[in-house]
Design a protein around this ligand. Structure first.
Ligand SMILES: Cc1ncc(COP(=O)(O)O)c(C=O)c1O
Length: 405
């Protein structure tokens, strides 16, 4: 299956099309094996076995033990459970949380809510490429820090953090602090081993790696203090109540297995298309700057994030949509005004320039023809929009460092 004729999907970081093989693996658990896995009869046992097998597959791929895997409804729930669960289970030790200014809102908004409830939160900044400095994280850690949450890879600019180094720096400062990472964006691209990463908690969601929406994982290292946040049943070893969504869990495990098996092909395709766009876009569009890491080893394969001077990201998206291209922007339109992305602002991008952000994320839907199409349609869109703009002034000097190619 591919996009309807005339459409080009360049928004894989938002979500991905469920792989046909994933859908096929899920269907029996919607049609025939729909029984409650907690029930005693033989039909229920078949669904229980499917969940056990999925748990083993996921654990195996993460270098974890099956009992350390908690199935959730996705990335947001896993992030909420990690933050709220650790703080609730650590009241006697402290209520200090360290996280970063560029996290997904599933972490940032939860941290803010915890602050209203009495916790103290320290937000660590990032460098101009969106990366977190391990020393800066360690400097924010205190004796009463119970949790440090740093994303593995950023969803807007693709910056990859060195979690092993962050973990070492944190433990040197406070060996009891728990380390959580949101690995939602990196799980589609890299083999994640919880021991090599040195994390105690790790969030994954299925729909970013060609699995179904509404299925996720929180890896919980044995011995990590974690209070359940959904009560009412003993599922997931008392860590998350609710009758299991067998089909979604099977879909998640299948998608993770396929991502593992097809890693090389996915990586080669995404990197090639990414490199072409990162090279060609600044060449073809004046006053356009690439945001995020320059070094491909520090950037998610398939992430192309840019800022375009004198246009708004949202307007480019609407024009691209009319031209048959689906992409994304870090800026969000709230109550009529365009808010620059919190990630770009934390990196130091001037807010006016950040309003012209555009995120293109490549994946299994894509081939060279899609890059060709974007390179054909985007330059005239930007040119048209700039021509319509009532005020034409020179780029302010503070934009200069962001527009070098
Ligand atoms: C980095 C990151 N964390 C968390 C989430 C939320 O995941 P979900 O949509 O499964 O709740 C997303 C999705 O956009 C994400 O990109």
């Amino acid at each position: 299956m591919s996009e309807p004729a005339g459409r080009t999907y360049l928004d894989h970081a938002a979500t991905t099309r469920p792989d046909e093989r994933v859908v096929e693996a899920m269907l029996p658990y919607l049609r025939e094996r729909w029984h409650n896995p907690s029930s005693i009869y033989v039909e229920a046992q078949a669904t229980r076995r499917a969940i056990d097998e999925a748990r083993e597959t996921v654990a195996d791929l993460l270098g974890a033990r099956p009992e350390e895997i908690v199935f959730t409804s996705g990335g947001s729930e896993s992030d909420n459970l990690a933050l709220r669960g650790v703080l609730a289970a650590s009241r006697s030790r402290g209520q200090h949380l360290v996280t970063t200014a560029v996290e997904h809102h599933a972490v940032l908004d939860t941290a803010e809510q915890l602050q209203h409830e009495g916790a103290t939160v320290s937000l660590v900044g990032v460098d101009r490429e969106g990366r977190v400095d391990p020393a800066a994280v360690a400097a924010a850690v205190r004796d009463d820090t119970v949790l440090v949450s740093v994303m593995h890879a950023n969803n807007e600019v693709g910056a990859i953090n060195d979690l092993a180094a962050i973990g070492r720096a944190v433990r040197e400062r406070n060996p009891r602090a728990v380390l959580h990472t949101d690995a939602v964006q990196s799980a589609a691209h890299f083999a994640l081993d919880v021991n090599r990463l040195g994390v105690d908690l790790l969030t994954i969601t299925a729909h970013k790696l060609y699995g179904p929406r509404g299925a996720g994982v929180l890896y919980v290292r044995s011995g990590t203090p974690l209070a359940p946040q959904i009560l009412g049943g003993s599922q997931e070893r008392d860590r998350r109540a609710g009758t299991e969504n067998t089909a979604a869990i099977v879909g998640l495990a299948t998608a993770m297995r396929l991502a593992h098996e097809e890693r090389e092909a996915d990586l080669t395709r995404d990197r090639a298309l990414q490199t072409r766009l990162l090279t060609e876009l600044p060449r073809r569009i004046p006053l356009l700057g690439v945001t995020g890491p320059r070094d491909p080893a520090q950037r998610l394969p398939g992430n192309v994030s840019v800022v375009v001077g004198f246009v708004e990201g949202e307007s480019i998206l609407l024009a691209l949509d009319l031209a048959g291209v689906a992409a994304s922007s870090g800026s969000a339109c709230t109550t009529g005004s365009v808010e620059p992305s919190h990630v770009l602002v934390a990196m130091g991008v001037p807010p006016d320039l950040a309003r012209g952000s555009l995120r293109i994320t490549l994946g299994r839907e894509n081939a060279e023809r899609d890059v060709d199409r974007l390179l054909t349609v985007l330059p005239p869109i930007v040119e048209r929009m700039r021509a319509l703009s009532p005020v034409r002034v020179a780029a302010p000097p503070e934009w200069a460092p962001w527009l070098v190619s």
